[in-house]
Structures are given as structure tokens and as C-alpha cells.
Design a binder for this molecule. Structure first.
Ligand SMILES: C[S@@+](CC[C@H](N)C(=O)[O-])C[C@H]1O[C@@H](n2cnc3c(N)ncnc32)[C@H](O)[C@@H]1O
Length: 333
């Protein structure tokens, strides 16, 4: 089987409605090996393991950005969401190829290249950005090897937080995964604030919605969840309101930029077994394509504090901070 046929086969497994979770993981690992071999990307290079500190957060070293592909459920849901968003954009903007701005493409353009065998000629064209020149070079080699040039408008070394879109070629769709659990460390918020307003009116941003809530985790139930395959238990954690929601709506991302503080009360009659105060992240990539708690590295709960008995706090004040170390900050009330 030639490489392009293999790419199609693996994408169909990874995105297909019938395949099993085991098959998604095997397909994403095989895609990783395929891209590694064809791009010649050197995953042993020490310099590619170091993150780069940008004014708006960290840019992962290329080795770690490449590994994101193996976060199989995340990759599956993003690819399925992008396919659906392209379909929706075709209805919204008929008669023109859909221009997708893909910020933070990493060395494998993981959220674009696997889709190429499924796209019709002239249906979509991508602008790809990354701050690492090595990532851009690796993606150029892959585009050549898979003869995907007709789907590429531009590949550039650029900072997504400052990038200005050519006003004559504004994009219909923005795809970006510059994030970690709790929107910490990486510049998703700052990049969204820069790029979303530059899309064409009616443009689509993916992920559509990122929700972060404080919540209380039951460590005993969490242990059973991890160790007992027969346990169908639920109610392992309880989310607290109000949460934070990041979308392309300026009201949402501006409240992150302003660092607006929200007061979250702990329930007065709370079950003391729910004693881990955590941040919970969930992604709605597009419509019903969602990545829920524990399904990805991006949606692992982040521990804020072990709560003591008798309770030392009635609640927390939570706010987001942009800058070199983006993330949520909290204080006990
Ligand atoms: C989490 S990785 C995701 C890689 C790939 N898109 C995927 O989903 O598998 C984020 C990528 O964004 C790039 N990046 C981080 N900050 C950036 C910025 N300010 N502008 C452009 N690219 C950035 C990193 O270099 C890295 O390649």
C-alpha cells in the first residue's frame, strides 16, 4: 500500500463511526510512525524537547507537539469536528474553497494532513502557522510527500498572538489547539482574542467552546474508576458554578483577558468525601463532537487544593490570568 493510501486507511479508522477505542489508539500510533518516517523529523533531538517561552505562554517543544497526535480521542474528535465544520462552512459560504487558518500546526499538521485524502479538490485550503521553524519545515516535507500542495495557501513561521490575516484572504474557519488542561501554560486565550475577530463574518472557530469549572472530586470513587473495570460508578465529581466558558464571542474571551474574578461557593452541606478541589476542563470541538473529563490529556482534572475538615473555607474566588504563565489563579474565601 502506498503512503497516501495508508494515510486514508488510518484516517478512516481514526474518524470512523464503527471503529473501537482500541482501533483509534492503534491508528493514531501508526499515523505518528508514518509522519515520523516521511517527515524525517528527528524526535531524538534534545533541542526539540525544550519548550519556548513566549510573552503569551509556552510553545511546546516539537517533540511534545508531535506526541499530541497520540492523544487519540482528542485527535479523533478534532478531526471529526473539523470535517463537520467544513461541511457547515460550505453551506454558509457556497461557491468558494473554505479557507482554514490552522494556528500551531506542530511538526505533523495533525489537524489537517489526515483529512487530506477525504477532501475533494478545491473544497478547502489551509494557512498553517507555527512559531517553530522546524515544525514548518517538517510540515512542508509532509505536504510534498503526500502531494497536498493544492490544499495549502501558506505555511509560515509566525506567532498566532500577533499574526495579521491578509485582509483580502480572510479565513472562514479557525482551528487551534494551543492548550493544556485548565487553559494553563499555552496561549489559547490570547491567540483566540487576536485571530477570531479577523475571521470573515459568520466564520467558525474550533474548539467552539471550552468550559472550565471548579469542582469537587471524590478520591475513593476516582481510585475505583481507575482500578476496577467492572465498576460502573458515577458521581465521581461534582461541578461547581459559575464556570468559565471560552468561545469566539468577544464577551467570553474579553472576560478572560480582563481577569474577571468569579465567586464560587462550596455547598454548605457538602459530603466531606468530596474533598479534592479541582479544575475540570471540557471541550466542545464542534456540535456534538466533545472531549469530556479524562478522555484526553487536555481534560484531566487539575488539583487546586485538598479540603480539610472542619472546613477552612466557604468558597473560592477564581480568575484567569494571561501573560507569560497563563492559567487560573484562586484564593480561598
Ligand atoms: C499542543 S501543540 C498542537 C500540535 C498539533 N496542532 C496537534 O493538535 O496535534 C501546539 C502547537 O502550537 C505551537 N504554538 C504554541 N504557541 C504558538 C504561538 N503563539 N503561535 C504559533 N504557534 C504556537 C507549538 O509550537 C505547537 O506546535
Amino acid at each position: 500500500m502506498d503512503d497516501r493510501a495508508e494515510l486514508r486507511r488510518l484516517t478512516e479508522v481514526l474518524t470512523g463511526p464503527e471503529s473501537s477505542p482500541g482501533q483509534w489508539f492503534a491508528a493514531s500510533a501508526a499515523l505518528y510512525e508514518l509522519f515520523l518516517r516521511i517527515s524525517g523529523f528527528n524526535e531524538k533531538e534534545e533541542a526539540f524537547r525544550r519548550d519556548v517561552q513566549m510573552p503569551s505562554g509556552k510553545a511546546l517543544g516539537p517533540v511534545w507537539a508531535a506526541f499530541c497526535l497520540k492523544d487519540a480521542i482528542r485527535t479523533r474528535i478534532f478531526l471529526r469536528g473539523i470535517l463537520k465544520a467544513l461541511e457547515a462552512a460550505r453551506h454558509r459560504f457556497p461557491g468558494t474553497p473554505i479557507h482554514v487558518l490552522y494556528a500551531g500546526c506542530g511538526p505533523f499538521a495533525t489537524l489537517m494532513l489526515p483529512l487530506v485524502p477525504l477532501l475533494k479538490e478545491n473544497s478547502a485550503v489551509f494557512t498553517l502557522l507555527d512559531v517553530w521553524p522546524e515544525n514548518v519545515q517538517s510540515v512542508k516535507r509532509l505536504i510534498d510527500a503526500f502531494q497536498a500542495e493544492s490544499f495549502v495557501r501558506e505555511i509560515a513561521v509566525a506567532d498566532a498572538v500577533r499574526y495579521r490575516i491578509d485582509p483580502n484572504g480572510r479565513a472562514h474557519v479557525l482551528v487551534m489547539e494551543l492548550l493544556q488542561a485548565g487553559l494553563s501554560k499555552e496561549p489559547q486565550v490570547a491567540a483566540l482574542a487576536n485571530l477570531a475577530p479577523q475571521l470573515l463574518p459568520g466564520g467558525i472557530v474550533l474548539p467552539e467552546r471550552i468550559r472550565v469549572n471548579a469542582g469537587l472530586l471524590h478520591p475513593g470513587k476516582d481510585m475505583r474508576r481507575m482500578t476496577d473495570p467492572d465498576w460502573a460508578g458515577q458521581d465521581v465529581f461534582r461541578l461547581l458554578e459559575p464556570g468559565f466558558t471560552l468561545t469566539a464571542d468577544p464577551d467570553d474571551w474579553q472576560s478572560f483577558l480582563r481577569g474577571e474574578e468569579r465567586i464560587i461557593h462550596l455547598p454548605a452541606n457538602r459530603d466531606p468525601a468530596y474533598n479534592r478541589l479541582c479544575l475540570f476542563t471540557a471541550l466542545q470541538v464542534y456540535e456534538n463532537e466533545c472531549v469530556e473529563t479524562w478522555e484526553s490529556a487536555l481534560t484531566q482534572p487539575l488539583l487546586l487544593k485538598n479540603l480539610e475538615e472542619p472546613p477552612q473555607a466557604t468558597g473560592i474566588a477564581l480568575r484567569y490570568e494571561c501573560g507569560v504563565a497563563p492559567g487560573f489563579r484562586f484564593r480561598l474565601l
